[in-house]
Design a binder for this molecule. Structure first.
Ligand code: BDR
Ligand code: CA
Length: 308
């Protein structure tokens, strides 16, 4: 099995991605490193612990940085609920967070699984950036690095130009994107191309499993929010990123290009500028997902929710 380390800020769509990972027999989740992003770190850590408890998986959870490297950013509590899990009251998780910092855990696990590790980032890239500052040799030990983030034609979701994960900590994204020889990117526009019909999601949520029941509760608010604003489809960005990570054979269309993050403080802050026409002379280091097999994607989600 392939060791899988997930940096995440749960978050409703993060939770779905995590259930997909827990359910995958070809991968073994070796840790969850937790970022601040969708909501504050206290909530994202607690949500990760609760999800592990509900899923019945024994995965260590490591708390990371409480905010972006340089500039404070607004969270996305209005989408995910103020607690990040739809504002349901699920009590106190029975699991405990580890004492090791997320950035240290990323480095240690990269040594323990050197050359084999699949690293997947589903939130702002603060923890991975800090790990790189502590030890710039990290990329040498990572077999694949998959990121949910960016908006490759600048149709953002948090500002006109930027996607949330990159916008929340653009300096971190810059550090990380400059350091890895290859980054596999599932961006917001790919997410929009892979909407999930609400009625189908409701069928999956009706599965007779603890995971589906819990997920139904935590996702209700964000699904309603999305139905109000975005119509028939619900968009689970991190779930698409996880599908790309777990089953890359489902990729139908992709492009590889250079990419840079805009760090200024104007309207393009956090924009992921893709050199589509290859004019910069920079290397083609970003494998950009354009289209994924929709049936495969939905099958992964359905089975993740139905699993017991
Ligand atoms: C990303 O932002 C967050 O709100 C989601 O969890 C996802 O990681 C989508 O832009
Ligand atoms: Ca996320």
């Amino acid at each position: 099995t392939i060791p899988l380390l997930i940096d995440t800020d749960p978050g409703v769509d993060d939770a779905l991605a995590l259930l997909m990972a827990f359910n995958d027999t070809r991968h073994r989740v070796v840790g969850l490193t937790i970022a601040a992003g969708n909501v504050g770190l206290g909530h994202t850590v607690r949500n990760a612990l609760k999800l592990c408890e509900v899923a019945g998986v024994d995965v260590p959870v490591f708390a990371g940085c409480p905010g972006p490297l340089l500039h404070p950013a607004p969270d996305a509590g209005y989408v995910h609920g103020e607690n990040g899990f739809g504002d349901i009251d699920y009590g106190t998780p029975s699991r405990q967070v580890e004492t090791e910092h997320a950035a240290q855990a990323i480095l240690r696990l990269s040594h323990e699984h050197a050359g084999k590790l699949l690293l997947v980032a589903l939130g702002p890239l603060t923890n991975v950036a800090l790990a790189l500052k502590l030890d710039p040799t990290l990329p040498q030990r990572v077999a694949r690095f998959v990121v949910m983030g960016g908006a490759v034609t600048a149709h953002g979701n948090i500002t006109p130009a930027a996607e949330f994960n990159v916008y929340f900590d653009p300096e971190a994204a810059h550090i990380v994107f400059e350091a890895f020889p290859q980054v596999e990117l599932a961006d917001w526009e790919a997410t929009i191309a892979h909407g999930l019909l609400h009625e189908r999601v409701l069928e999956w949520l009706a599965a007779d499993s603890e995971r589906a029941r819990f997920y139904d509760r935590i996702s209700k608010k964000t699904r309603e929010w999305s139905a109000d604003r975005r119509g028939d489809h619900w968009f689970a960005a991190d779930a698409l990123g996880m599908a790309f990570a777990l089953e890359p054979e489902g990729v139908v269309e992709e492009e590889t290009r250079p990419l840079e993050v805009e760090l200024g403080h104007g309207p393009a802050r956090g924009m992921t500028v893709v050199d589509w026409r290859r004019e910069s002379g920079r290397p083609d280091r970003f494998r950009i997902l354009l289209r994924y097999d929709q049936a495969r994607f939905e099958g992964l989600i359905q089975r993740a929710l139905a699993a017991r």
